[in-house]
Write a protein that binds this ligand. Structure first.
Ligand code: NDP
Length: 458
């Protein structure tokens, strides 16, 4: 079972010049621990840029980047099938629009609060910049739990959520998509309500739509596929590939399922996946079609997979990262891979780790991978394929066009290669060869910073 209770250390950032800024972030965002962790991780790598670029210091670019442009919190009342009234809380953090309209998913999960949404929105700024596709950063969601809710309850919740959110959205303003707990079903209900309220068929206002009504072929697969393509690039940079590697994956949602599919297409054997009730080990390699049936079609728990597959066993306690592997792909949620897990992976000979989820590795875990010489792809870079394909969906919507699956997949592969190369080259340029965390943070930051500088103090 995964636990997300670990907290980021509150001690200072690596460059003393950035310390007052970090203290101010802590003061202004008291209690938002995941946001502190995300900011700290970026600030820890920006010291050399801070040194080399006095004009960015004078324009207070980093300070402005750490303060969202707009934060929305709203009430979401809805009625369940038994006629009971429920009240949830809705969030949208429009973090930075220097490069384009705010873009980032909606998460429906009981753990969602403003701190989680801020951390995700902050990460999204850099990730979206890395895609090279002119999209700003934002994120949203609700503490609503879609698990064990009927379709009509989910529909009523989505309609109520959109009844407030619609006034802040628009294809040139803010374009949400899915995330944990928000898939094709939820996007459909959200889009329907937006259309009904505005009386506009505005394709570009949401991404992740159904393929028959403005969605992009390949968007469902994009985050998981992209993560594996990024992993392949990291391995290639070390003279290896995925063929023949043993892969461990956490989660069994959208990202995990398609990461497993692509890894196996490239010749790897994926031996694990999980959900919040435990994990399965399948030494023969996951049967991805069975996994889709259990998780996507039946929305059942992961032990059902093990019950229907002879080669698989279900483990209710302990960590999925105790399973030996060459490549680890954490694809569930934040802070799910701890220092202890990282030590166990390194001891078992892991060569590459790529984050399909957002910030799944704790800072201590990342340090263990760095010290152990493991190729480590941070989420900002490794899972950027999802939002990149969302931007491709927006392009298709704007031109009233619809591309084939293979065309989108080819574009995705090019984008992931470009992101990899940009992180790799930037890390070298700043004297940290092979450090994808530094590379991703600085490469993303530079793109946003130039645009902010050009657009004046706003
Ligand atoms: P899904 O809702 O489809 O799946 C999430 C998976 O993670 C489920 O297996 C879920 O298990 C598990 N999980 C979620 N929260 C927890 C928790 N607190 N503890 C234990 N397990 C948990 O979400 P996605 O696959 O879309 O997203 C997974 C990650 O990838 C997230 O970090 C998301 O932000 C990130 N991401 C997603 C993108 C996308 O395109 N979908 C794009 C980029 C990043 P259970 O069902 O038991 O809760």
């Amino acid at each position: 079972m995964l636990s997300t209770d670990r907290r980021a250390p509150q001690n200072g950032v690596q460059h003393s010049g950035l310390e007052p800024l970090y203290r101010e972030v802590l003061r202004r965002n008291a209690g938002d621990t995941e946001f502190h962790q995300a900011v700290r991780e970026v600030l820890d790598t920006l010291g050399p840029v801070f040194e080399r670029r006095p004009e960015l210091r004078e324009a207070r670019i980093i300070e402005r980047l750490c303060e969202p442009e707009r934060q929305l919190i709203f009430r979401v009342p809805w009625v369940d099938d038994a006629g009971r009234v429920h009240i949830n809380r809705g969030f949208r953090v429009e973090f930075n629009s220097a490069l384009g309209p705010y873009k980032g998913g909606l998460r429906f999960h009981p753990s969602v609060n403003i701190g989680i949404v801020k951390f995700l929105g902050f990460e999204q700024i850099f990730k979206n910049a890395l895609t090279g596709l002119n999209i700003g950063g934002g994120k949203g969601g609700s503490d609503f739990d879609p698990k064990n809710r009927s379709d009509t309850e989910v529909m009523r919740f989505c309609q109520s959520f959109m009844t407030e959110l619609y006034r802040h959205l628009g294809e040139h303003t803010d374009v949400p998509a899915g995330d944990i707990g928000v898939g094709a079903r939820e996007i459909g209900y959200l889009f329907g309500q937006y259309k009904r309220i505005t009386n506009r068929y505005e394709w570009g206002v949401l991404t992740g739509k159904g393929v028959g009504w403005g969605g992009a072929q390949g968007r469902t697969e994009a985050t998981g596929y992209g993560c594996v393509l990024f992993t392949e690039e990291m391995l290639r940079a070390r003279g290896e590939g995925l063929d023949g590697q043993r892969v461990a994956i956490s989660g069994s949602g959208n990202v995990a399922i398609y990461a497993a599919e692509k890894a196996q297409q490239l010749g790897a054997t994926v031996v694990t996946c999980s959900d919040s009730s435990g994990y399965v080990v399948d030494e023969k390699g996951l049967d991805v079609e069975l996994l889709k049936q259990v998780k996507e079609v039946e929305r059942a728990r992961i032990f059902e997979y093990a019950e229907r597959r002879e080669s698989a066993r279900f483990v209710a306690d302990g960590s999925v990262w105790a399973v030996a592997c060459d490549v680890a792909l954490p694809c569930a949620t934040q802070n799910e891979l701890t220092e202890e897990d990282a030590v166990s992976l390194v001891r078992n000979g892991v060569k590459a780790v790529a984050e399909g989820a957002n910030m799944p590795t704790t800072p201590e875990g990342v340090q263990v991978f760095r010290d152990g010489g493991v190729a480590f792809g941070p989420g900002k870079a490794a899972n950027a394929g999802g939002v990149a394909t969302s931007a491709l969906e927006m392009q298709q919507n704007a031109s009233r066009d619809s591309w084939s699956f293979s065309h989108t997949e080819k574009r995705l592969a090019e984008i992931m290669r470009r992101i990899h190369d940009s992180c790799h080259e930037t890390a070298e340029r700043y004297g940290q060869p092979g450090d994808y965390v530094t590379g991703a943070n600085i490469a993303g930051f530079e793109l946003v910073a130039e645009a902010m500088l050009a657009q004046g103090v706003i």
